[in-house]
Each structure stands twice: as C-alpha cells, then as structure tokens.
Design a binder for this molecule. Structure first.
Ligand code: SAM
Length: 288
C-alpha cells in the first residue's frame, strides 16, 4: 500500500464530522500507507483509525504548535517520507489548523495533495434546500457580543447565504445578536449534530428560531452550522455590491446623511441612488 503513495508528499485528509463511516476509500488508503500522521488530538484520530484497523506513527499538530510541527514535518518530507494531516473532524484548514503547515510545505518545495471528504458547512448546505447559488463561509463569529454584532453588521448587506459555525453555549446569544442586527424576519437554517444520532435541521425566521431553541434545551446542545439567508437586493438601484457594503458599514456607525455623502465620495456612485438605498436599508433593518 505504501508504495502507491507519492514520496515527499503531504496528504491533507478529510475525516468524518460524526458518523465514522463517512470516510473515503482513498482517505483510508492514504492513512494506512503514510509514514506518519499529524493530528490535533491523537486519541480521537486513533479511535477513528482503529475502527478501520489502521495503526500509525503520530505527530501532534494543533493551533498552538503548528509552526514548530510544520518544520518537523517538512524535514520528514525532505527525507522522502509521506505524511498525512488530519484534524478532529472534517476538512483540515477549515476552521481548523492546517494552513500554516500547508504553506510551509509548499514553500519548502514539497507537494501537498488534498484528499476530499466531509465538511460541516457543505454538509449543512446540501440538506438545507437553499436555492441561492451563492454563499459566504464565515466560520466562527467572535465570542464577545459587541465584537460579534460588529462582525455581523459588516456583512449585513451581503446578498448571499451566510454560513457560520457556532458552539452550543453561544447559540442563543448568537441568534439574539442576529435578530438585533438583521431584524426578526431573515430566514435561518440550523443544522445541528449532522450525521449523528440527534441530527436536526430546522428552518424558520430568526424570531421563530429563537423561540424554537428556547422551548427545548436539547436543541441547544451539540454542534451547529447556521445558514442565514442573504440581504434582499433593493430593486432598481443598480448600485454595485462594493458600494452597498461601504454604505452599510458607514450606516452602522454614522447618521444617514453623512453615510450617504461619504459613500458617494468613496465609491463614486450616484448620491441620490445611495440615499434611496440608505432609506431602504434603514426601513428594512432595525439594526441601523
Ligand atoms: N474542519 C471542520 C469542517 O470541515 O467542517 C470544522 C471544524 S470546527 C473546529 C468545528 C465546528 O464545525 C463545530 O463547532 C460546528 O460548528 C461545526 N461542526 C462540526 N461537526 C459538525 C456536525 N456534525 N454538525 C454540525 N456542525 C458541525
């Protein structure tokens, strides 16, 4: 098996996000064939591999030692070894360590080979029935409410689905902040415990969702992906997406007239059109 793998290559291997069977044949082949596996938590990854009768030489790589681990892995690769990178769940580098290692290995002249598989955001999107073809993957929001609302305000006018990861102890706070910034009527899909026993996919307005979460403490437990619908595009404005974004950021901090004046200067867009858009945003979004 080892002979089939490329020498001096780093394999970035996606692993399951819950159900241990969600792993590709190619991923198993690679994990069985490499000389070493870099993992966030060796115990968790060893448990997955044991299910598939794979043993490994392990290297610890997590967010606090990634640079040092990257140097060690690069020297193994330069000596001709094959190394795999896994994280606790899903695709490495997606709200997980991996980017520093990948960058270092590529700079060092070795090959990086992705082995695709599970990812919580894409898994949630695939079952949410959202017809908007565009989405923005945001990942984790700031943990403090003030910073979180500021981050949300910055993306308030984006006209595509916004995808967040959230921890169970912050789910109520985050939905509450979303109501404050986006208003009660934006739609959200909550994808909880995907691929696991208590998998739940709920869809409603932000206000309905908060009530639903509060009504059953069990729905506040586990792992969450939040998919928030994008901003409605105001009709007939013809204003560029960049100008809309600039105007929303200014509106979050300044009075309407000043925001419009500055937005017109910054973006070169028509002042009257920006003024109309600002009024629309003000009336549709209670956050302004
Ligand atoms: N690398 C992973 C990926 O590709 O999706 C993400 C890792 S990040 C540290 C963990 C977060 O992903 C969780 O807090 C949760 O928001 C989301 N997540 C992971 N597994 C999930 C699952 N089974 N159901 C819902 N969300 C999940």
């Amino acid at each position: 098996m080892k002979m089939m793998l490329e020498k001096s290559a780093l394999y970035v291997v996606a692993t399951p996000i819950g159900n241990l069977s969600d792993i590709s044949l190619r991923a198993l082949e690679v994990l069985a064939g490499v000389d070493a596996i870099a993992a966030e938590h060796v115990q968790n990854s060893a448990h997955l591999l044991a299910k598939h009768h794979i043993t490994a030489k392990w290297i610890r790589l997590h967010q606090h030692n990634e640079s040092a681990a990257a140097e060690k892995i690069l020297s193994l690769l330069r000596a001709g070894e094959r190394v795999a990178l896994v994280t606790d769940a899903g695709t490495p580098g997606i709200s997980d360590p991996g980017a520093i290692l990948v960058q270092r290995v590529r700079e060092g002249g070795c090959r990086v080979i992705p082995i695709p598989g599970a990812n919580a955001a894409v898994c949630a999107l695939s079952a949410a029935g959202i017809s908007d073809p565009h989405f923005l993957f945001y990942g984790f929001l700031p943990t403090k409410s003030g910073l979180r609302k500021r981050a949300l305000t910055g993306i308030q006018s984006y006209p595509f689905t916004l995808i967040f990861y959230e921890a169970p102890h912050r789910i109520l706070e985050s939905v509450t902040d979303m109501i404050e910034v986006f208003g009660e009527s934006r739609r959200i899909t909550i994808a909880r415990e995907l691929t696991k026993l208590f998998e739940t996919i709920y869809c409603g307005t932000l206000a309905e969702t908060l009530v639903w979460l509060q009504a059953d403490i069990n729905q506040q437990k586990g792992e969450f992906v939040l998919l928030l619908s994008g901003a409605e595009m105001p009709e007939e404005s013809g204003i560029s997406e960049d100008a809309r974004h600039t105007l929303s950021c200014l509106l979050a901090e300044l009075p309407l007239k000043q925001s419009v004046k500055l937005a017109a200067e910054i973006t070169g867009e028509n002042k009257n059109a920006l003024y109309q858009l600002a009024l629309n945003l003000k009336s549709s979004e209670p956050g302004f």
